[in-house]
Design a protein around this ligand. Structure first.
Ligand SMILES: [Zn+2]
Length: 321
């Protein structure tokens, strides 16, 4: 395990490198607004505190864990063929990420895969795009070209060209890289966003789920403004479960690495709570009424980073009338 922290000289360099004061302030303000995405209380978000911890998961796959988890989890495949990385957190954290990757293997990142477009997963694209080929679902490219950060939050300036994926797919794509197949798969439904991919390192038996699975003891966030869907997420998680086995190492979008048993439990409580909301909606109850009723105790204790009324609202909005 390697620990890296952001030094004060690095903060100065960030300012010099075009993360100018205004942009940085906006970023922090945005992070505060959108803190529900990564599950950290708004008052605690100081990116200078973040350390990138590196965990080896197989001969060729590593997990880079930001602590505290202000950015998304990163996966790295490194070996004879070179380096492939999944996600890049936020721009101010990219120097530390590059240092962490260099600690695994020297050389440029050849391929950078975005699990989805959100600012805390693809926010560092511009720091890699000049020398890395960025690959993502086609909707990720669309959302980044719109200047979208997450949901209805937009950047003031467009993303620079180097932050935009140059290779996109609509269903899936497979890398034959470092001795294994690495499948990048759109699971068929709009879900956390309208363009989520899971990345399955077949031989290593490691999967990076993106934010379709956030392991922070709560319900998922659904990006409704881009067409995200709670029922789509439920069905995609079921598809993930069908792909993996009890030995699979699961890297969630945020939070600690976990196993199929935990992912199954997450799926089951999402499915059960969707059913609860659906029955009431079908019976003609209003959103207010359903929120007022709430969820049974066994489901209402999962308040990781979103309130239960917010989850009910996201489910309600995802259900067809
Ligand atoms: Zn996200």
């Amino acid at each position: 395990m390697i620990k890296l922290g952001m030094r004060s000289s690095k903060k100065r360099k960030m300012m010099e490198k075009g993360i100018h004061a205004d942009g940085f302030r906006e970023l922090l303000i945005f992070s505060l607004m959108a803190s529900c995405l990564c599950g950290i209380s708004a008052s605690a978000q100081d990116l200078s505190l973040v350390e990138q911890k590196v965990h080896k998961l197989s001969d060729t796959v590593w997990w880079i864990e930001p602590v505290p988890a202000y950015g998304g989890n990163i996966a790295v495949s490194a070996g004879e063929d070179g380096i492939l990385m999944v996600d890049d957190q936020l721009m101010p954290l990219t120097d530390d990420i590059k240092e962490a990757v260099a600690g695994i293997q020297q050389g440029k990142v050849d391929f950078l895969v975005n699990s989805h477009y959100h600012y805390d997963h693809a926010g560092g694209n511009a720091a890699f795009g000049e020398e890395s080929l960025i690959i993502a679902h086609h909707s990720v490219r669309t959302r980044l070209l719109e200047g979208r950060e997450a949901g209805s939050n937009f950047r003031e300036e467009p993303h620079p060209a180097e932050a935009i994926p140059v290779l996109t797919f609509k269903e899936n794509v497979t890398f034959h890289w470092n001795g294994e197949d690495i499948d990048v798969i759109y699971l068929g439904n709009a879900s956390h966003t309208d363009g989520d991919a899971v990345i399955f390192f077949q031989e290593s038996n490691v999967i990076h789920t993106g934010d379709q699975y956030v392991n922070l003891n709560g319900y998922p966030f659904i990006d409704l403004p881009v067409g995200g869907s709670a029922t789509g997420l439920r069905d995609n998680v079921a598809a993930m479960l069908a792909m993996i086995d009890d030995e699979t190492k699961i890297i969630p979008g945020h939070g600690p690495m976990t196993t199929k048993t935990e992912l199954q439990a997450y799926h089951d409580r999402i499915a059960a709570t969707i059913d609860i909301v659906e029955k009431q909606k079908s019976a003609g109850k209003s959103l207010d009424d359903i929120q007022e009723t709430g969820l049974p105790d066994e489901y209402s204790k999962f308040t990781g980073f979103m309130t239960i009324p917010t989850w009910i609202q996201q489910v309600f909005s995802s259900l067809n009338d």
